[in-house]
Design a protein around this ligand. Structure first.
Ligand code: FE2
Ligand code: FE2
Length: 151
């Protein structure tokens, strides 16, 4: 599979975006007060690293395999785990709201970019990653609802 110049440019920008997501989840996992939220951020960090690797594969001419799996958000059933005071809860709420905004932005970027791609296989990969990003946002949203941070 050979990408044209515009496609290479778009994938490279998406890769930078994924790099930023990895760094954000790493930073936020370190900052979060609730251990459950720390774990969620650490888990999503690995998913973003996987996206980064998939894009790297595309740049190297290999189309990564897409696994047909149940979306993680379906299985994620968070409980009200936040044991901190109001201030620490507000802090974690901010982290959640901010990273959801990032996920929304990244998902939208994938949706816009994939229209420029020639290969159906590559479009399918980008579409799968976009769906993952929606799922990440949904998991964090579920955490917010369970912990009464969603208002
Ligand atoms: Fe991602
Ligand atoms: Fe994501």
């Amino acid at each position: 599979m050979k990408l044209n110049q515009k496609e290479v440019q778009l994938i490279t920008e998406l890769k930078n975006q994924e790099q930023l997501c990895v760094q954000k989840y790493d930073f936020y996992a370190a900052q979060a007060k609730d251990p459950e939220l720390k774990n969620l951020f650490k888990k999503l960090l690995k998913r973003e690293q996987n996206h980064f690797d998939m894009l790297e594969n595309l740049l190297n001419g290999t189309v990564p395999q897409i696994k047909n799996k149940t979306p993680e958000a379906v299985k994620y059933e968070p409980k009200a785990t936040h044991a901190g005071d109001q201030k620490s809860k507000e802090f974690d709420k901010f982290l959640c709201t901010d990273i959801i905004a990032t996920e929304k932005y990244v998902a939208t970027t994938y949706n816009n970019d994939l229209f420029y791609f020639v290969s159906t296989d590559v479009r399918n990969v980008l579409n799968a990653i976009m769906t993952d990003e929606q799922n990440h946002a949904e998991m964090i949203w579920k955490y917010k609802v369970a912990n009464k941070m969603a208002a």
